[in-house]
Design a protein around this ligand. Structure first.
Ligand code: SIN
Length: 323
């Protein structure tokens, strides 16, 4: 862990977790065969031109919390991240937090933090689609934008900034495997844009940015991650087989998020075994596997997962089941 601090009163904290933004390849043209999570967050900050301008006089503190390819993100790292965010945000002189993260599970981490970090201050996750060694890496610009955004007086809650667009934790989703602008907020649209070192909030965007703190938020900070309930995602699809549900239940799954077809329909092969799972105490949540819209007309759905993608619904259900 590395901490760099100087004398100014207000601080921005940057937490490093790895990802392509900290990745290195064997050549400048290598955009896919690189290794994620190689460079320290201090190194990334040192490589950003104009850093001091974007900080608007704020001091900078950085910590390396993990060095992961985010496909391998785990609950223990999430817990440390939530604890460190909470620790820093409780300090009056900290204006907000920037987190460098891989793109692959960034939306899950953002949604987790949105629900468990109790603050009105901004937490901005950023990333890159090209490694730091690329001829034209996107990480330095994204990091600069994140620092500008976190210092903006209107910024609050957990947001993601990538390729000049600002997304809410609830709506953001990675939608492309290699395009620089790999994220979308779907029908909701972005919260705003980064333009020439300034934030332009979407005037038409009336969504409240405040934190939607989960009722069990505190437990996520104190219950050992190894004891968090096992919640799995099950996709309904052509040729679905009940053995998949039965195997999960036999192995001790505590919750299942079922990504149903269309408006939340589920293959008949799953229905009986899902009913049995529920009768045995397995918690079920239904979402749509469609990338846009949300299930309509089913009154028994849990509002807490309505409109979430399956992977964010998994996070919410896991928090629901924490004890
Ligand atoms: C990762 O998610 O850590 C690797 C991929 C990326 O950051 O784009």
């Amino acid at each position: 862990m590395q901490v760099v601090a100087s004398k100014k009163i207000q601080k921005v904290v940057v937490l490093g977790t790895g990802g392509t933004i900290a990745g290195t390849g064997s050549s400048v043209s290598d955009h896919t065969g690189y290794t994620a999570g190689q460079l320290s967050v201090q190194h990334l900050l040192d490589a950003v031109p104009g850093l001091q301008d974007s900080l608007q006089g704020h001091d900078l503190v950085c910590e390396q919390l993990a060095q992961l390819d985010s496909k391998d993100m785990d609950h223990a790292t999430w817990q440390v991240l939530a604890q460190r965010c909470t620790h820093w945000l409780e300090q009056a002189d900290v204006v907000g937090i920037v987190i460098t993260h891989g793109t692959d599970t960034l939306e899950e981490t953002a949604w987790f933090l949105q629900q468990v970090v109790d603050t009105h201050k901004p937490v901005v996750l950023t990333c890159a689609m090209r490694p730091a060694t690329a001829l034209a890496p996107d990480g330095p610009q994204n990091l600069l934008d994140a620092l500008t955004l976190v210092c903006d007086p209107q910024a609050q809650a957990v947001m993601v900034v990538c390729a000049g667009r600002i997304h809410s934790a609830r709506d953001v989703q990675k939608v492309h495997p290699y395009r620089l602008d790999a994220f979308s907020s779907g029908e909701a649209g972005p919260l705003g844009f980064m333009e020439q070192g300034r934030v332009r909030w979407c005037a038409s965007n009336a969504r409240p940015m405040g934190h939607a703190l989960h009722a069990q938020a505190r437990l996520a900070l104190v219950v050992p991650a190894a004891d968090w309930p096992w919640v799995a995602v099950l996709h309904s699809h052509a040729g679905a087989d009940a053995r998949q549900v039965k195997a999960l239940v036999a192995a001790g799954v505590k919750g299942l998020v079922v990504a149903g077809t269309g408006n939340g329909t589920v293959h008949h092969a799953f229905l009986t075994s899902l009913g049995q799972a529920q009768a045995q105490g397995v918690a079920l949540r239904l979402v749509s596997r469609c990338t846009e819209g949300q299930i309509v007309g089913q009154t028994e759905l849990q509002p807490s997962t309505l409109g979430l993608n399956a992977f964010k619904a998994r996070v919410s259900l896991m928090l629901d089941l924490l004890e």
